[in-house]
Design a binder for this molecule. Sequence first.
Ligand code: M6R
Length: 364
Amino acid sequence: DKGDFEYLMLKEIYEQPDVFERILKERLDDTFIHFPELKFGKEYLARVGRILIQACGTSLNAGMIGRMYLEQFAHISAETDYSSEWRYRNPLASGDSLVVGISQSGETADTLAGLREAKAKFMRVLSFLNNINSTMARESDAMISLMAGPEIGVASTKAFTAQVLNLLFFSLYVGSIKWLMPAEERRTVLDEIRALPDKMRTILKSHERIKEIAEFLKDKNDTIFLGRTYNYPSALEGALKLKEISYIHASGYAGGEFKHGPLALVSQNVPVVIIAPQGEIRTKMISNLKEAQSRGGKIISIITEGDEEIKRESDFYVEIPPCQESISPLLVAVPLQLLAYYTAIARGCDVDRPRNLAKSVTVE
Ligand code: M6R
């Protein structure tokens, strides 16, 4: 049921603040994080030394952000890979490794095969799943429920942000078992998380500005998305969303790789989306912006409210409310989803049923 929305995708984008409130209510009370459905005990989790995340598409992009959370908040070394690669490259098994699968549907063929590969090698498997009655739910050693509610639009939106949020909570949870974070720092991060639903609502109000950008983008054939560290996966996800539903070619790159090849693509007709919220890598993103601008590239930037310096340099910008850099992918996702959505609408595409794609990829 689309309710008042033209497409399910738009409805699902707008549901995100409520989904977050639901997850917060379930997972967080005062300063404690809860995973009632998680079958792994604390003793086991405290001993995990390495996490191998395998997933496909948007779920892998979420996993790449999760990897940084695991390293930062749980001090566990983590790696990510496409399930379709992981399953065929004879991955190394070691006693303290935990394999994490991430999937909205719980039915994706490659992710399921990766899970089976891990179990065949006597590794334990934890799956982050939106559909908790799925094959992956049955076959995993333990499961974490994403709690995004049913996602019907082919483009993953609320499942993505719910994946990232649950990975963040999981990393903080494991970190708390190992007493890794000073109380003050922990309180700050949890306060930042509690503020997310209202900040998302603020961003959703900027849809008119995003529609203007979509009008500009709709006649382009190519676009580039750049981000670094926490927002490198955001760049990948922004590009995936745009190509998936608007059929405009889009590629995401880590900002530091720009000069090593992709910069050659930039011209008047190839706009560059610069993801540059406040934080440590902001000045590096300004360098990327200037590299693109001096080659005639039009700049669309995603910035923290009031960043006059980047506004002046941009052809278009969207603002997000201030937040910690590590949390910013959860806010950056929203304007990128809306940008893909309105661009696809401006091109007359059926956003809920993009050509050639299926919601759940159950064959290899
Ligand atoms: O159900 P899954 O999360 O396992 O699906 C993985 C991908 O097929 C999926 O995320 C796909 O990339 C989305 N349609 C992108 O929006």
